[in-house]
Design a binder for this molecule. Structure first.
Ligand code: CDP
Ligand code: MG
Length: 141
């Protein structure tokens, strides 16, 4: 089934100037780009996006990191997008992520881990809608 997932190229990757390589890897893996932005999150946006983690010990630091510089949110579509994208990026801690994954290649530590990917089809839809109005999504049917 076709699914949507939201990627966010995080501030550490923007700082490392690897946006282009990350997008190339996403395209090579067969994901269709429906929408893309270059923006900097406000504190309110970062808090709202990561609301599910608000009681975690890492929340405050995470919000600081995610607002520390520009990010690139990308709306993606593909068969089995959620699982396939999580495979492409690797697990949360880059040190433990599989060789060849984006987090292994570009992540710095468990917080500064290069890229976000939605964790369920429902969250994929919700997170795409968090960043993109319907009129900002392009697709060919
Ligand atoms: O991004 P992912 O779904 O793999 O992990 P998460 O558990 O949903 O956590 C969201 C984000 O919080 C991670 O991607 C990290 O940037 C950060 N995090 C952290 O700073 N310290 C942790 N122990 C776990 C996550
Ligand atoms: Mg998550």
């Amino acid at each position: 089934m076709k699914q949507r997932t939201l990627a966010i190229i995080k501030p550490d990757s923007v700082e490392k100037q690897v946006i282009g390589d990350i997008i190339q890897r996403i395209q090579n893996a067969g994901f269709k780009i429906l929408g893309m932005k270059y923006t900097r999150l406000t504190e309110a946006q970062a808090k709202a996006f990561y609301e599910v983690h608000k009681d975690k010990p890492f929340f405050e630091s995470l919000v600081k990191y995610m607002t520390s510089g520009p990010v690139v949110p990308i709306a993606l579509e593909k068969e089995n997008a959620i699982e396939d994208f999580r495979k492409l990026i690797g697990i949360t801690d880059p040190a433990k992520a599989e060789e060849g994954t984006i987090r292994k290649l570009y992540g710095t530590n468990i917080e500064r881990n290069a890229i976000h990917g939605s964790d369920s089809p429902e969250n994929g839809e919700r997170e795409v809608a968090f960043f993109f109005a319907l009129s900002e999504l392009v697709w060919n049917r």
